[in-house]
Design a binder for this molecule. Structure first.
Ligand SMILES: [Zn+2]
Length: 435
């Protein structure tokens, strides 16, 4: 046993030394930034230099204080504002549309157009397109809140292996839901024991976190607005098991009892909240729970509903903002073939303008998709800010997003892990997706 661990240590030391030497050998890439937002602070810095080695940030600081390595490739973004790659906290890469009755159980095929069934492999092809659209529009990290069964694991892995372009992904595999019919990518849980078992199964299948669909009824008070899909015992058992296994739990809880129950169950984030009362907000702040809203999609969907969804959502967002809740950027984007009217994948940045319209400063809104967004997904050690040691994930806009946040709808430069995804500022194009 003893000499086995000694060999283990020797191999580990060799591996660490080897990768360190490898990083030193790699040709450095240098970004010259006219303005820079580091993802954390409340102001922009001017005239900054970022040195990248491999997929990580090696140095960052004011021009003149940073030594530019000999032979480094220079990327001139002196006419632009450089920011961390954006993080979306709540999306669905496989969501093709919410056609009525689409895939209520696994024996019924999902439907894109009436009468046009499609399979999981077909949905996966479309998801790969959504992933590319998200990345090219500046989202270098995305959390998929369950949409493809376990195919989201394959999508994440194919991106990580460099087979297809896309954001770094965290996936939920099957969402857990109480016994109310829902799309087939959910697993129905009908007891606390089943909840614990399903957490173990999802993690074995490759989930990075657990998703609970706590609130089934979103918009119809006659059917019990905010009625939870599961009992407090079931929800608590799922959260407890997930935390025991060291993963976070994201709970979709739109309103009322489902929101309060999810707070009490210990969820790490409340997803797509549309109506939350002051006492629940107080509990959210006290427990350090994150919240996501999806303000734009709620506004769009409200137009076709006989219910003041948009007003409730706006008031809830403002209540949370005023109380100091950690709000993470989320869109809940839908696929381009759905019946919803967007925002679609690749258009997610429109949410920034809605957040600002409802009272955030532009930099607050941007932080929700950078440092706050990273903390929400448990990745603040690797993404969400421009700091030494973090992944070299950046975007650049030609204007100043701190004055006009809609500049993020027109991102001109995207880099993920030190690789250029797009560069409309100096004309060079990536070969991603053309291999
Ligand atoms: Zn969702």
């Amino acid at each position: 046993m003893k000499w086995q661990s000694a060999i283990g240590f020797a191999l580990l030391a060799l591996a660490l030394g080897g990768s360190w030497l490898g990083a030193q050998d790699q040709k450095a890439v240098v970004i010259l930034a006219g303005q820079l937002f580091d993802g954390k602070s409340d102001r922009l810095l001017s005239n900054q230099v970022i040195v990248i080695r491999g997929d990580r940030i090696a140095e960052v600081g004011p021009a003149g204080t940073i030594t530019i390595p000999a032979g480094a490739q220079e990327i001139d973004l002196r006419m632009a504002t450089v920011l961390p790659g954006l993080i979306e906290a709540h999306n669905h890469m496989f969501k093709i549309g919410d056609h009525p009755g689409a895939g209520a159980d696994a024996s019924v095929p999902l439907v894109i157009q009436p009468g046009t069934p499609f399979s999981t492999p077909y949905a996966t092809l479309l998801a790969s397109v959504n992933a590319r659209l998200d990345l090219e529009s500046g989202f270098t990290t995305a959390r998929d809140l369950s949409s493809g069964g376990t195919a989201d694991v394959d999508l994440r892995n194919a991106i990580n292996e460099g087979i297809i372009p896309g954001p770094r992904m965290l996936v939920a595999t099957e969402g857990l839901r109480g016994s109310i019919a829902g799309p087939r990518y959910f697993h129905l849980v009908d007891s606390p024991y089943e909840g614990r078992k399903q957490v173990r199964i999802q993690l074995k299948n490759g989930a990075d976190f657990i998703k609970i669909y706590a609130a089934g009824i979103r918009a119809n008070p006659d059917l019990g607005y905010g009625a939870p899909t599961m009992t407090p015992e079931e929800e608590h058992a799922i959260v407890d098991e997930a935390h025991r296994q060291g993963v976070r739990v994201a709970c979709t809880a739109h309103a009322g009892v489902a929101v309060r129950q999810s707070i009490q169950a210990g969820c790490d984030s409340l997803e797509l909240v549309t109506d939350i009362d002051a006492e629940s907000i107080r509990m959210v702040v006290e427990k350090g729970i994150f919240m996501t809203f999806g303000l734009t999609i709620t506004k769009i969907q409200a137009k076709s509903q006989n219910f003041p969804m948009a007003e409730l959502s706006k008031a809830s967002f403002q209540r949370a903002l005023k109380a100091g809740v950690k709000i993470a950027f989320s869109v809940n984007a839908t696929g381009a073939h759905g019946k919803q009217a967007g925002p679609y994948h690749g258009e997610e940045a429109v949410e920034f303008a809605t957040m600002v319209e409802y009272g955030m400063t532009p930099l607050q809104a941007i932080r929700s998709a950078t440092s706050v967004g990273a903390e929400n997904i448990g990745w603040k050690d690797r993404v969400g800010s421009i700091e030494k040691g973090k992944f070299a994930d950046f975007i650049a806009a030609s204007g100043n997003p701190a004055n006009d946040v809609t500049e993020l709808e027109r991102v001109k430069f995207v880099m993920k892990g030190g690789q250029i995804v797009r560069n409309d500022l100096t004309g060079s194009r990536s070969n991603l997706g053309r291999r």
